[in-house]
Design a protein around this ligand. Structure first.
Ligand SMILES: C[S@@+](CC[C@H](N)C(=O)[O-])C[C@H]1O[C@@H](n2cnc3c(N)ncnc32)[C@H](O)[C@@H]1O
Length: 313
């Protein structure tokens, strides 16, 4: 399907991330965060067929529903990404690369112990300020007044952003989403936050482009025995954490090490593959999954290679 991209297969090692048909090139995309069943994207895609759009969603079930909906519509102008929008928005677009960002009824995570899961934060404000073009806008709609105020506080105090809070009734809503219908039926007030980028802003990225992701070390012992000792070991450096899970012996005597890497809350799962080459071992990322090249991914690979050199027989 033309519009479907799984966040962890095609796009990650391949730049540019989006393969827009020629007729859509030259326009900056619109992005929807947390598209749910895809109704809003479907409406926009139909109303503006020449506008490239990107949807981001953490739920695979939602992604499947939205993909079917867009397939039925025959939309060629939408790409769907599976993953955490807090990371994807910052890492998949260049500075000034997006015209509008929409977020309809985000999960509010009201408990303070869950506050880290909220999409809006200081870091999100930085990401928005970076990827929006000057004059570009962010549109948030929510039924939670406190959430709208908190988002306004993060976004409104950013030097490159300027926001306003309004009653969504008064604003121009092109379509009511599933959650909008649900909350309106319960008589809840719907609030809208509109934020404009008013000044240039340079964004920082985690993904390290162009750095080799393999290490070769001298090692002549029993590779499988040595790497099994990695199971359960953890490491961290600044905001990067990683843990080595199970270790498997491949048919070709190479060894696979399962890794969970976490960069400031963004988790990726993948395998390292250790391949023997005479008196050396090549440690690389196995191509069953292509993680973003974040610091946690690189550190885990370097640590596994270092572990071999320290544990020579
Ligand atoms: C309350 S639902 C709203 C769905 C839809 N926008 C609507 O109005 O009907 C929130 C959606 O955001 C998604 N979501 C939550 N956190 C997310 C994140 N960090 N990145 C991307 N999607 C996220 C959830 O999976 C869920 O589908």
């Amino acid at each position: 399907m033309g519009f479907y991209l799984s966040g962890f297969y095609r796009m990650l090692s391949e730049q540019p991330y989006f393969d827009w048909p020629e007729k859509l090139q030259g326009r900056l995309p619109w992005v929807e965060i947390g598209f749910g069943n895809g109704e809003f994207l479907e409406h926009l895609a139909g109303a503006c067929p020449h506008q490239p759009m990107v949807g981001m969603e953490v739920s695979l079930t939602c992604l499947d529903k939205a993909a079917r909906r867009l397939h039925r519509l025959g939309a060629e102008n939408v790409r769907l990404l599976l993953g955490d929008a807090r990371f994807l928005l910052r890492e998949c677009f260049e500075d000034n690369g997006v015209e509008r960002v929409f977020m309809n009824f985000p999960c509010p995570w009201p408990k303070s112990r869950h506050a880290r899961r909220r999409v809006t934060s200081k870091r999100f404000a930085d990401a928005l300020a970076a990827v929006l073009c000057v004059g570009g806008t962010f549109h948030l709609v929510t039924d939670e007044a406190w959430y709208a105020r908190e988002a306004m506080a993060f976004l409104g105090e950013h030097p490159a952003l300027c926001g306003r809070l309004e009653d969504a009734e008064a604003s121009d809503r092109p379509v009511a989403t599933k959650y909008e219908r649900k909350w309106r039926a319960l008589g809840k007030d719907i609030l809208s936050v509109v934020v404009e980028k008013t000044a240039p802003w340079r964004g920082e990225r985690l993904v390290e482009e162009g750095r080799a992701l393999h290490v070769e070390v001298v090692f002549e012992g029993d590779l499988w025995q040595c790497l099994r000792a990695l199971e359960g070991r953890e490491g961290h450096q600044n905001e990067a954490h990683w843990i080595f899970r199970e270790v498997f012996l491949g048919n070709d005597s190479s060894v696979l090490v399962q890794v969970i890497a976490n960069d400031d809350g963004f988790e990726q799962r993948f395998f390292l593959r250790a391949v023997r080459r005479n008196d050396r071992v090549l440690m690389k990322i196995d191509d069953t999954a292509t993680p973003f090249r974040t610091p946690a991914v690189r550190f885990s690979l370097e640590e596994a290679a270092r572990f071999l050199t320290k544990n020579l027989p």
